[in-house]
Design a protein around this ligand. Sequence first.
Ligand SMILES: [Zn+2]
Length: 217
Amino acid sequence: MNLIFLGQQGAGKGTFAQYISEKKGYVQIGAGDLLRAEINAESETGKKVKEIINAGKLVSDEIIAELVAKKIEKEKNKGIILDGFPRTLKQAELLEGILEKLNLKIKAVINFSVSDEITFERIGGRLNCKNCGKVFHKKFLPPKEEGKCDECGGDLITRDDDKREAIKQRLEAYKEQTKPLINFYKEKGLLKEFNAEPIFEELKPDFEKLIEEIENK
Ligand SMILES: [Zn+2]
């Protein structure tokens, strides 16, 4: 049972992936985590990746695909959930080659959808403590005293990344990249839409039902 999770920022696909991985013993494979692991291990690839990122450039689809391929090969006897990969049509094509070589198949692609307003609310509401880094949320996890960290009393700020204009830019880039990807999987008959607008706790039963449907297909 191998799955791909898609979804724009704030859709919570990482939360769903983590939840079902823990419950069912799947392995969650996130492209971002793999890149960070290489950098921390100071491997040859890690050093290359660090240079690219420090230069403000994007890590190529080939490098990401290579790391994902290694990880899939290692975990192929368990079910895998790809979270954050593929992100482009090019990556999806590279993934096809990886799976073919390992004689694996994707059983379904779940697209977790939310409106842009939900994205702005979930991401734009984040507050970070300037002092200790603890994360709060204006609506979902407000601090006891406005503007102050519960832990250390430090000032709470909105990171530049979480400001409306920055979120808007990331959303536009995401949509432009993933539209062809969504069509690619729709044409293969693999795409499942999942409305992720309500809060996670409310969605759990529907989500579990969907996973069971896919398992029994
Ligand atoms: Zn703090």
